[in-house]
Design a protein around this ligand. Structure first.
Ligand code: PRP
Length: 211
């Protein structure tokens, strides 16, 4: 039994998270970009790493299959898992934004259809503006929706802006800045307090060097 199980999401944030962990002296020798291995241990054999899909990560942590996890604030806001959010890791920085064809008007009284992976964030943003919108939940390639007339606009993550640009779309309104957060299972925090605090301490020190 390892002291801690850490969940990382496969994809872009994993690479940055692994780099931060290495700076903190936590090294997973078996991790490399092309590996299909889903479970591995760090050099000290005290931390077990599991690689999961972004949309599933908060479930692993909430249910205690992982003690700690690294996940974007966007996912935390959308999934609202029953976990502690204990640190901003300042990696995986991007924005959630409304995007569409240039000059798309977002007017209060005209009906707007929004395609998104984030129905809750979308609803709360447009509610605050006093706009009733129809939300269409998609799971990926959100930029396609306005291109083929499925929606007027999208609410999605924008990191480099390349996907929008290559599809003739642009940011119409920024909703919020996003970065990766460290989330912790509530029961684990009670039973493994020292291990978790040590782990967070190492990451925080590595972050201070970085910032
Ligand atoms: C995300 C997001 C955008 C893209 C933005 O998709 O949904 O499509 O990245 O990044 P950019 O601004 O750097 O181009 P992801 O790559 O996670 O894949 P998905 O379309 O399957 O959600």
């Amino acid at each position: 039994m390892k002291d801690l199980t850490l969940a990382l999401a496969t994809g872009r944030t994993a690479k940055q998270a692994i780099a931060l962990l290495e700076k903190a002296g936590i090294v997973f020798p078996d991790y490399h970009n092309k590996s299909r291995k889903l479970v591995m241990v760090d050099k000290t054999k005290k931390i077990q790493l599991i690689l999961v899909k972004t949309a599933d990560l908060s479930t692993y942590v909430e249910k205690g299959a992982a003690d700690v996890g690294v996940i974007g604030k966007d996912v935390v806001m959308e999934a609202q898992p029953d976990v502690y959010e204990l640190a901003d890791l300042h990696i995986g920085k991007c924005k959630v934004a409304v995007a569409g064809f240039p000059e798309t008007a977002l007017e209060k009284n005209s009906p707007v259809t929004v395609a998104t992976k984030y129905p809750l964030i979308t609803k709360s943003f447009f509610d605050e503006k006093g706009m009733a919108v129809e939300t269409i939940k998609l799971n990926g390639s959100i930029e396609l929706a306005p291109l083929i007339g499925l929606s007027d606009v999208i609410v999605d993550i924008v990191e480099t802006g390349t996907t929008l640009k290559e599809n003739g779309l642009e940011v119409l309104e920024e909703i919020m800045d996003i970065s990766a957060r460290l989330i912790v299972n509530k029961a684990s925090f009670a039973t493994k307090t020292e291990d978790i605090e040590q782990f967070i301490g190492k990451l925080t020190e590595a972050l201070e060097v970085e910032i």
